[in-house]
Design a protein around this ligand. Structure first.
Ligand SMILES: [Zn+2]
Ligand SMILES: [Zn+2]
Length: 222
């Protein structure tokens, strides 16, 4: 029995879903934080208490300030140099969707990556079937080799994103984990405070439970 008709319908459905998720991930606000926050001015007023604050809390309160956006960055947020805005749960700036990947558009981005990966796998199946049915052709062979490479790359990205969802870390946190104090345990070794049960992190990723991104405490008076 040939799976070609079924594979065609599946390919078309995934292709439509891929374009819809691409447009959605591109147009949707990734989680830009409003600029000129009153918290920023309040934090600046506390600069004279900086030394005492740092000694007592062991934290540097000023590292959470973004002077470009004039705001206090919540936990897990980062300033994107390309968008020139701070983004909640900043993952990375994706040139393919031409937008940041953050708190609000990471779901459609994941669907986009998944669809591209599965479309690549199906294309490999098509190319193998063409070689089998119509015999050798340089065009089919070229298509097969090309999509084997694309499938390996997209398959790796697909697994990478699923792994990140399962441990509830962003790409930025994974790459720059040494920079963030909240990703270190008492002994100074890497500790992921967001890693819950796999199901729990999945819910958080798709916003079925409230993601954890509390603001740092900026009220400190000596
Ligand atoms: Zn910023
Ligand atoms: Zn960006």
């Amino acid at each position: 029995m040939s799976f070609i008709p079924l594979a065609h319908y599946l390919f078309i459905a995934l292709n439509v879903l891929m374009w819809v998720s691409l447009v959605y991930a591109n147009k949707r606000d990734p989680g830009f934080i409003p600029c000129h926050s009153p918290d920023y001015d309040m934090a600046l007023k506390q600069v004279p208490f900086y030394e005492e604050w740092q000694v007592r809390t062991g934290q540097n309160p000023l590292e959470n300030l973004c002077h470009t956006c004039r705001l206090v960055r919540p936990l897990r947020a980062k300033h994107c140099r390309i968008c020139n805005r701070c983004v909640k749960h900043f993952d990375h700036h994706c040139p393919y969707i031409d937008n940041c990947v953050g708190l609000r558009n990471r779901g459609p981005f994941f669907i986009f990556v998944s669809c591209v990966a599965w479309c690549s796998f199906i294309t490999v199946y098509f190319a193998i079937t063409m070689l089998h049915v119509f015999g050798f052709s340089w065009l089919f062979l070229f298509g097969l080799l090309q999509f084997i490479v694309v499938s390996v790359l997209m398959g790796a990205l697909f697994i990478f994103v699923i792994n990140q969802i399962s441990i509830n870390l962003t790409t930025n946190e994974r790459i720059n984990k040494k920079r963030y104090a909240y990703l270190r345990g008492p002994s100074g070794i890497f500790l992921n405070p967001f890693d819950r049960a796999a199901l729990g992190t999945g819910w958080s990723f798709f916003h079925w439970v409230e993601p954890f991104d509390k603001k740092p405490n900026l009220l400190y008076n000596v």
